[in-house]
Design a protein around this ligand. Structure first.
Ligand code: MN
Length: 132
């Protein structure tokens, strides 16, 4: 699987771990450490998918997901929330804000790339259905 992914994540260790795994999985990875920079990068580069941390400075992941949905040209890019939040309701809240999927930290290196690919595959399936 290939394509460019955008990771919006303020924790350097988490970012490097995800980038390492995804690059080994064949993806190209770009990063942004704030929501604002991430939205700018998405508008500029149109990544195949956006991996979005929820706990971010200034603008949290919920606000970032909602803002991304306001741009028609970005609305179909899958957003995969990656977060250590484990409170009841968070999953529903981020999905309601526009995320396609949800991966919990700590990241499992053995399954992380496969989980991302699964969300991308689902997206392609939906594209096919819409064309019928
Ligand atoms: Mn964070």
């Amino acid at each position: 699987m290939s394509g460019q992914l955008l990771i919006i994540e303020d924790n350097a260790a988490n970012f490097y771990m995800m980038r390492f795994l995804l690059e080994h999985g064949g993806f190209t990875v770009m990063g942004a450490e704030t929501g604002k920079k991430g939205i700018d990068a998405a508008l500029r580069c149109r990544p195949r998918a956006i991996l979005l941390d929820i706990q971010l400075p200034e603008m949290d992941g919920y606000a970032v997901a909602e803002e991304l949905q306001r741009h028609p040209e970005l609305a179909r890019i899958p957003i995969i929330a990656v977060t250590s939040y484990a409170m009841v309701g968070d999953r529903e809240r981020i999905l309601a804000a526009g995320a396609t999927g949800y991966i919990e930290k700590p990241i499992n290196p053995d399954t992380f790339v496969a989980e991302i690919i699964q969300y991308l595959s689902n997206d392609r399936e939906c594209d096919k259905e819409k064309q019928l």
